[in-house]
Design a protein. Structure first.
Length: 130
């Protein structure tokens, strides 16, 4: 079975941790993840600038490692990312900002990438949101 996973809450939200555990289970069961799409506050998961208290799990780093290890297509909604200050090199230059903080393994793109992935997948599972 082919899955699209949509993450809508920030990296410290329980739903983001559940999304990661679900994604790990999907691959462990032999299924495929077509794309992981980070939207709304979920885009904060792709920021290199998050600093957590020492007693908290760094779910953002766990997501990044999981994406890298499994060579997953991880797309961050560009509109939501820009509103929350998550920038890659091109967008930082475009908006004349000094900071580039999009973590390795992620790419900025539009909602069309979510639509495209939905056309290829059997299921879309969303975590978080309001």
């Amino acid at each position: 079975m082919k899955f699209v996973i949509s993450v809508l809450s920030s990296s410290n939200a329980p739903s983001t941790r559940r999304a990661l555990r679900f994604a790990q289970a999907v691959l462990a069961a032999g299924h495929e993840i077509v794309r992981v799409f980070f939207y709304q506050d979920g885009v904060l998961t792709a920021s290199n600038n998050l600093v957590l208290a020492q007693d908290q799990q760094d779910i953002a780093k766990q997501w990044q490692a999981f994406i890298t290890e499994n060579k997953l297509d991880a797309v961050v909604c560009i509109a939501a990312a820009l509103r929350r200050g998550v920038l890659d090199q091109a967008e930082a230059q475009r908006y004349q900002r000094d900071a580039v903080n999009l973590a390795d393994g992620y790419q900025l793109s539009g909602l069309g990438q979510l639509h495209d992935a939905l056309q290829q997948a059997d299921r879309c599972i969303s975590f978080g949101g309001e």
